[in-house]
Design a protein around this ligand. Structure first.
Ligand code: ZN
Length: 414
């Protein structure tokens, strides 16, 4: 009798456990669809579900993204590409247990305005709605990580990632793993060989050397050096073609450049003028020479028949972001390292780091520097720049500067 009771008990226990398990499996929320829409100030994301869900929404950086964590959820194959003004693409990943994560990469900085659940009404089912509002880089930076998460369940806290990379090689901003991931993350450098095609740039006085050819050769050389060091490197052009200045900025943004470097070689009336110089963006040029140089370099777009004066929305956006000091500070930091490393290898101009309004440096959130490698109007520098060994020397100095820049604690941490 006792044995029978025990057996019965065991059976009931097992059944209860099984029941609970199957009930849990049934309890998973089904995410049926994801919709994205533009709003005047941002974007709205809607997840269609068969019941309410416990969620957590927060921001991560590098690349800028919105993370949506969903407790106990099943996700149907969702659309991943959207033509949205804020979100560029999305992907889905698993977390521990049955929790899921949707990652949305942002094409521009945005913050989470609100997140809320809508119960079924007017023919529509359960929905999770997330509103994003366009923001400045600084505003975005101030809202990164779990601590700014919007959630409907304080107990809903996905487990900390155990592997160094976390999901998709990313991890939450607060974790130690993330600090490592950031440092180990491959940095993206976009090199911009100046001029090209119908725009030859400066022309060497003695050897009929075209600046566009020197800059391309330098770009290729530096690309090789940096790739050997583990950087991801793109050239804005790898052949003799004309690219408008604004397009060069777009290329840097498209590749999500951590650093943009435009390569040039100047010429001067005074044929004895020699030396290398480094420029960062400024509304006011550091001197007349710098202003004149910026004017010469900006002429590329006049050659291309493009009017820089027209204030499109994009240009306005750029002007807005120019008011942010962050990008300029980073550019200046890199310029400082670049000048120091170049000075070890070659002759540099006095006040080597100068400022001027170069159109090509106006990428809104990409630290950018313009390097004038020397004067093609000077016989010696023209000859030097034409030799591969000299360009290699310049390239190695630039690579040392790039290493120092990315190891700088301020840069390494974001
Ligand atoms: Zn140039």
């Amino acid at each position: 009798m006792k044995l029978l009771k025990k057996l019965l008990c065991a059976v009931i226990c097992i059944m209860t456990v099984l029941c609970c398990l199957s009930a849990n499996a049934d309890a998973a929320v089904l995410i049926k669809n994801m919709r994205l829409g533009n709003q005047t100030d941002g974007a709205r994301i809607v997840l269609d579900m068969d019941k309410s869900v416990n969620y957590r929404v927060f921001l991560l950086n590098d690349p800028k993204r919105v993370v949506v964590d969903l407790a106990d959820a099943e996700i149907k194959a969702l659309q991943t590409k959207f033509s949205n003004q804020v979100v560029s693409q999305t992907r889905v990943g698993r977390m521990s247990g049955n929790d899921k994560r949707i990652v949305m990469e942002l094409s521009r900085p945005a913050t989470i305005k609100k997140a809320f659940i809508i119960a079924p009404q007017s023919g529509q089912g359960w929905r999770l709605v997330i509103d994003l509002v366009m923001a400045t880089n600084q505003q975005f930076a101030g809202k990164i990580g779990n601590r700014y998460a919007m959630t409907n369940d304080t107990k809903f806290a996905p487990k900390e990632e155990k592997s160094s990379g976390g999901w998709f090689g990313f991890s939450s901003s607060d974790s130690k793993a993330d600090a490592n991931a950031k440092i180990n993350r491959k940095r993206i450098v976009v090199l911009d060989p100046g001029h090209g095609g119908k725009d030859p740039g400066a022309i060497g006085a003695y050897g009929k050397t075209y600046e566009k050819n020197i800059t391309l050769a330098m770009g290729r050389e530096l690309k090789q050096i940096l790739q050997k060091k583990g950087y991801i490197v793109y050239l804005t052009r790898d052949r003799d073609i004309f690219i408008p200045l604004r397009q060069r900025i777009k290329i840097a943004q498209k590749y999500r450049a951590d650093l943009f470097m435009s390569l040039h070689a100047d010429s001067a009336q005074n044929r004895s003028a020699t030396g290398l110089s480094v420029y960062t963006l400024s509304d006011t040029a550091s001197d007349k020479e710098a202003a004149a140089l910026a004017e010469r370099e900006n002429k590329a777009d006049i050659i291309g028949g493009i009017d820089l004066g027209g204030n499109t929305k994009e240009v306005n956006d750029i002007l807005i972001s120019l008011s942010q000091t962050d990008t300029r500070n980073k550019s200046s930091k890199y310029a400082t390292y670049l000048v120091q490393e170049m000075a070890k290898s070659v002759k540099v101009l006095k006040n080597t780091h100068r400022f001027a309004g170069f159109a090509v440096l106006k990428a809104p959130d990409v630290p950018a520097v313009l390097l004038e490698m020397g004067y093609l109007s000077n016989r010696t520098e023209e000859a030097n720049l034409k030799t591969q060994s000299y360009r290699k020397k310049l390239g190695e100095a630039a690579a040392r500067a790039i290493d120092r820049y990315f190891k700088d604690p301020e840069i390494a941490s974001n």
